[in-house]
Each structure stands twice: as structure tokens, then as C-alpha cells.
Design a protein around this ligand. Structure first.
Ligand SMILES: [Zn+2]
Length: 258
């Protein structure tokens, strides 16, 4: 048995919360710090099916990448999906923790894990936070073709197909912002990034990338982040070997190829 507060402390060491974006909602979001936990589940998003899985497994703490709750709500009743989910967790005594953008930008966080997965070892934040190790995204110098990067990404993320806006075939600088990184295209271009990898972007972001001559690779929001929650489960399990830790088995990408 471990206290919620002990696991919280470890998660905050892994992803210092001051790294999170100002709009984010991170840290312990639901639960008592003094509660005992002998089972932890990680997931990308707390959806009703994932919550049911946690209840059935007797989980005491869910570490979710996307915060729940995210925005303040004045009502939590059974009239809405969010309200039912909140009530289910509270009534089941399940605590919820999220490090979200703090984990994205941390050293050994999601963006860094993606570049390491592509074989890169030296990297720096695309935009640095004052006084903090980390920031938004990660970038590195490379000497690859965009087709080689696509192949490596398919291998690392176990994907058969990846969407791309094609720019110049020869890549000199690769940047990554996991999740929805379309708003960082201009910043990335200003930093000399000619291959920008993110989860999802809009049609207009794609047009912007094309007009800049930048390769824009869209691996899907789910796939850009979900793998890291399996790594998160492994890390918690190594730190606290006496408790059971697993990544959600039922979670899946809501989008499918038709
Ligand atoms: Zn995300």
C-alpha cells in the first residue's frame, strides 16, 4: 500500500508542474492525499469505459494524461456524461492525477520520448521556459529524408499509415509537439524546423505548412501521446514495485479508418 501523496510526489518529480501551460489543469484533481492505494491505472483520457475498467479492477488512483475535470463546472449531476463520470469516480473512491502539458514538456517527457524513438539523442525545447528545464516541444538537428522519418515513426508508433503535408524531401531540423500542435507551426518554422511532427492540425494549419515549404507530419492525437502512458505505468511500477500498475486495456482511438 502507498499513499496517494507518495505517488503524487513521484509524478511531480517526473514532470514538474510549473512546466504546465497557464491554461492547463494539472496535479491531483480528485481524491484524498491520505488515501491508501494498491492499484494504479494510467490512461490517455478518462472516458466512461476507462472509468468502468478502473472500477472493475479496484484501482485507487488513475493517472490520466488529459485532465479530468478540465474546465470548471458548476454542476456535477447524472444529467451529463461528465457529471456521471465524476460521480462514478467519487463514489468509487478513485483519485485522479494529471500532469498533461507538464509531462509533454518535461525532460524525458512525451516530446522527448518521440524524438528518442526516432533515434535522436540531443535535443532542446522549441520554446524555453525561463528558469525551467523543459518547455514547449522538442527539436533536434537531423540529416534524414522525410521518408526515412516517416518509416521510423511508423515503426516507433506501430502505425501503417501517417498523414503528411510534404515539403522538401531533405530534412535538417525536426520538431515535435505532441497532441494538437498546429498553433506552433509558425514558431517552429522561425526556429528553422523543416519537419514538424504533431498529433493533429487543422486544414488551415496544413495549408500554412505547405505555403512555408515545411513537412508537417500528423500521427493522430491519440497515437502521439498514448504510448507514453504505457511508459508512465512502467515508471510508476519500477518506483513502487509493491503496488500493481497498468495502462488501460480498453482505451482506444475514437477515430478509425473507414
Ligand atoms: Zn493530448
Amino acid at each position: 500500500m502507498r499513499k496517494v501523496s507518495e505517488i503524487e510526489q513521484f509524478l511531480c518529480e517526473m514532470s514538474p508542474l510549473p512546466l504546465a501551460e497557464s491554461w492547463d489543469n494539472v496535479g491531483l484533481l480528485i481524491g484524498r492525499r491520505s488515501a491508501s492505494v494498491n492499484k494504479v491505472m494510467t490512461c490517455l483520457t478518462l472516458s466512461p469505459d476507462v472509468a468502468e475498467e478502473a472500477c472493475a479492477a479496484g484501482v485507487g488512483l488513475i493517472v490520466t494524461h488529459h485532465p479530468f475535470p478540465f474546465k470548471p463546472s458548476s454542476k456535477y449531476t447524472d444529467a451529463t456524461v461528465e457529471g456521471r463520470l465524476f460521480l462514478r469516480l467519487i463514489e468509487s473512491g478513485i483519485a485522479v492525477f494529471s500532469s498533461h502539458t507538464a509531462f509533454d514538456g518535461a525532460s524525458e517527457g512525451i516530446n522527448e520520448l518521440i524524438l528518442r524513438g526516432l533515434g535522436f539523442s540531443e535535443m532542446e525545447p522549441i520554446t524555453q521556459r525561463d528558469g525551467l528545464i523543459g518547455g514547449v516541444g522538442r527539436m533536434t538537428r537531423g540529416d534524414l529524408t522525410v521518408d526515412q522519418i516517416l518509416d521510423k515513426l511508423k515503426g516507433f508508433l506501430a502505425l501503417k499509415q501517417i498523414s503528411i503535408v510534404k515539403g522538401k524531401p531533405k530534412v535538417r531540423k525536426v520538431g515535435v509537439v505532441c497532441g494538437s500542435g498546429g498553433d506552433f507551426i509558425s514558431t517552429a518554422h522561425a526556429k528553422g524546423i523543416d519537419c514538424f511532427i504533431t498529433g493533429e492540425a487543422t486544414f488551415h494549419h496544413s495549408l500554412l505548412a505547405r505555403s512555408l515549404g515545411m513537412n508537417l507530419i500528423l500521427v493522430g492525437h491519440y497515437f502521439s501521446e498514448r504510448f507514453a502512458m504505457e511508459i508512465m505505468a512502467q515508471r510508476i511500477g519500477v518506483k513502487f514495485p509493491e503496488i500493481s500498475v497498468f495502462a488501460s486495456q480498453v482505451e482506444s482511438d475514437p477515430l478509425a479508418l473507414g
